[in-house]
Design a protein around this ligand. Structure first.
Ligand SMILES: [Zn+2]
Length: 673
């Protein structure tokens, strides 16, 4: 009996893969990849791009594709047996790719290719792929020798430990807090949140309602709780988590932050950078800390008048309608929610009746076909669930790419929405042209009875977002693994195509084509659309400044070695510079800022705003030239989507827009112009 994971067919045999296939197939593919790595780095294999592709490229792609299929099933069709088989093979797969990424002989081989006379003759995509491989080796310490190399490894290990400790402290401090409220104190808090709090107390055999600092409990209290003293109590506990002002000294992250920052600066210095921010930006689109700081400060300055106005309106409303004369930070979420309700109340349920899935999908496909000159045709394929559909993208009768569409939530499927690569475009060494295949996964409510599925506007935006990633992967014309599709695209530029697609969902002309009332067939009324748009931009000035405060603190902390010694002073200075809301002196948000101390966002928090800037500015070309302008679509296709990671994102952006990114469109889209 043959193992479907070892099949070399173009598409994975999703319906035939069983848990018992995983271990033997992955073990064999790992052994093949190991042998390929040994062969590729031996003297037998010349320092030649094609030779390396034919050995290592083929073997690792095959392993990656099979493991990708297993990981995909683990995410969308989980069973205890599958999970066990997945977890059993995971460490060996991780170990192989980690080892490959730091293999010195492989690094030497890449360097030899780059230095060979043939290197000058490589095409642009290959040159870029080679450049990125070498860069990643250098950033992981491949150039270091002797003591420096050992120190680098020790820093990596200790930093990982500290990041882990940081997260644990935040989690422990979050878990470790409880306040048992009376029913009277919970006035205004939604019934479901109250029921959960009551059940949590009951489980401990206690009276009252157990309130914790976990978001599903914390947020409803802050947004809807009428009791001001309760809000203050919870807020205080929340913003002092894992700090010297928190519940327990053993959860204090102060020392961890200092050591972690010193190690990061030392690591950057070993690699030859002036500071950690520079090292972090080396593989990113933003070119220097100064450029990021300038961008953030410019945005802050322009958003500030709107934030001041947001705050003035909130204060006036709170005083007049809520009797909260002296608005405090723990009142902000509560008052804002009430103001939003008073101004823009509309029902999500009402909106859903218009966004019927077949119409939304048809509208989305029409946009893609019109702008990017392709045809989308449903096709038969082996799938993992009966509701999953499979499509192909053709251009002039020729296959461009294919995608699976798995839209509905069900047991055994991971929540959320994502795009994943099944295969990437590649001119294979054996001479065949591989076309890209993608997974597009959402978790919408399934259709009920004979009615079509109904989507919220958020759902629609999510679908468009993931299709943006999908198109980036599927429409690429690059033929080299490593830089085709989304591969090799800078981390802070990868959300450009996805956020770009979201804009269609806020365009009146488009929304009319996406809507078809489930009963009457009517399109969305203009009045409702206007309310939705206004609600989207509610307090965008304040929101923007809040994000900038985090981003500016993150960038300065990493760009100014030693600033961790005066962490609070640095944050105070940032707040002084950009914030319009006065933060209480006891606020220690930085002590639970996991994004930068325990996540991948160190000297990278700006990327949220950066990606918004890029996508808004790209979209503004369509606003000027027409949302369905085929020529603009073709320019976007050629300069952004098709080139993938084969050149720097800034070059691609400039090629499309004719200039560097500008901030105006971002401000306008968020009602700040
Ligand atoms: Zn995304």
């Amino acid at each position: 009996m043959s193992n479907p994971l070892l099949s070399t067919a173009a598409l994975p045999a999703f319906a035939s893969i069983r848990p018992e296939h995983i271990q033997p197939a992955i073990a064999q593919l790992l052994a093949d990849a190991d042998a390929a790595l040994a062969l590729a780095t031996s003297a037998q294999t010349p320092a030649d791009y094609d030779a390396l592709s034919a050995t290592l490229g083929v073997a690792t792609e095959r392993l990656g594709a099979a493991w990708g299929a297993v990981g995909h099933l683990n995410a969308v069709a989980n069973t205890p047996e599958l999970r066990e088989a997945y977890n059993a093979s995971l460490p060996a797969v991780t170990e192989f790719f980690t080892r490959q990424g730091s293999d010195e002989a492989l690094y030497a081989k890449y360097k030899a290719i780059a230095q060979s006379p043939a290197a000058a003759g490589l095409n642009a995509a290959r040159k870029q792929a080679l450049k990125l491989w070498l860069r990643d080796f250098v950033l992981s310490g491949a150039e270091l020798q002797g003591e420096a190399k050992q120190r680098f490894a020790a820093i990596q290990e200790r930093s990982a430990e500290l990041a882990q400790k940081f997260s644990e402290h935040v989690l422990d401090a979050t878990d470790g807090y409880a306040y048992y409220a009376t029913q009277e104190e919970l006035q205004g808090v939604p019934a479901d949140a109250q029921a959960a709090a009551r059940a949590a107390a009951e489980a401990e055999g206690k009276d009252g309602y157990k309130l914790t600092l976990h978001f599903p409990c914390y947020l409803p209290v802050m947004q809807y709780g009428e009791n001001r003293a309760l809000r203050e109590r919870l807020y205080t506990a929340y913003v002092t988590r894992a700090s010297e002002l928190g519940e327990k000294p053993e959860w204090d992250n102060t020392a961890i932050i200092q050591e972690l920052m010193q190690l990061r600066q030392e690591e950057a210095a070993l690699l030859g950078f002036k500071n950690y921010a520079e090292a972090s930006l080396a593989p990113k689109m933003a070119s220097s800390p100064a450029q990021v700081l300038e961008f953030l400060r410019d945005l802050a300055q322009r958003a500030k008048p709107f934030a001041e106005q947001d705050l003035a309106e909130l204060k006036a409303f709170a005083a007049k309608d809520l009797g909260l004369a002296n608005l405090q930070v723990w009142d902000n979420a509560f008052a804002s929610e009430k103001l939003k309700e008073a101004r823009y109340a509309f029902s999500d349920q009402e909106v859903r009746q218009y966004f019927t899935l077949p119409r939304v999908l048809q509208g989305l496909f029409d946009i893609i076909e019109r702008l990017f000159n392709v045809k989308i045709v449903e096709q038969a394929a082996e799938v993992w669930h009966e509701s999953v559909k499979f499509y192909r993208l053709d251009r002039k009768g020729e296959l461009v790419g294919q995608f699976y569409l798995d839209l509905y939530a069900r047991p055994g499927k991971r929540p959320g929405a994502w795009m994943d690569e099944v295969r990437s475009r590649w001119a294979r060494p054996e001479g065949t042209q591989q076309t890209p295949v993608a997974q597009l996964v959402c978790n919408f409510s399934s259709p009920q009875g004979d009615k079509p599925a109904l989507l919220s506007h958020d759902d629609v935006t999510t679908l468009f977002h993931e299709f943006g990633h999908g198109l980036h992967h599927l429409l690429t014309q690059v033929n080299e693994l490593g830089v085709s599709g989304i591969s090799g695209v800078e981390w802070d530029a990868v959300e450009l195509p996805s956020q770009f697609m979201e804009n269609f969902c806020w365009e009146w002309e488009v929304v009319q084509q996406l809507t078809h009332h489930v009963d009457s067939g009517a399109t969305l009324p203009r009045e409702l659309f206007d309310k939705m748009t206004a609600a989207k931009n509610f307090q965008s000035g304040l929101q923007t400044l809040r994000q900038i405060e985090f981003a500016l603190f993150d960038m300065r902390l990493h760009a100014e070695p030693g600033s961790e010694e005066t962490l609070q002073a640095l944050l105070d200075e940032v707040r002084q510079e950009v914030s319009v809301i006065r933060t209480p002196a006891f606020n220690r948000t930085q002590h639970s800022f996991s994004h930068i101390f325990a996540g991948g966002y160190s000297a990278g928090y700006y990327s949220y705003k950066w990606a918004e800037l890029l996508s808004a500015d790209a979209w503004s070309a369509f606003e000027v030239e027409g949302v369905f302008n085929a020529a603009t679509g073709a320019r976007y296709l050629q300069n952004i989507l098709e080139v993938g990671g084969s050149r720097d994102a800034m070059e691609s952006f400039k090629a499309f827009r004719g200039r560097e990114p500008q901030i105006d469109a971002l401000l306008r889209h968020q009602g700040m112009a």
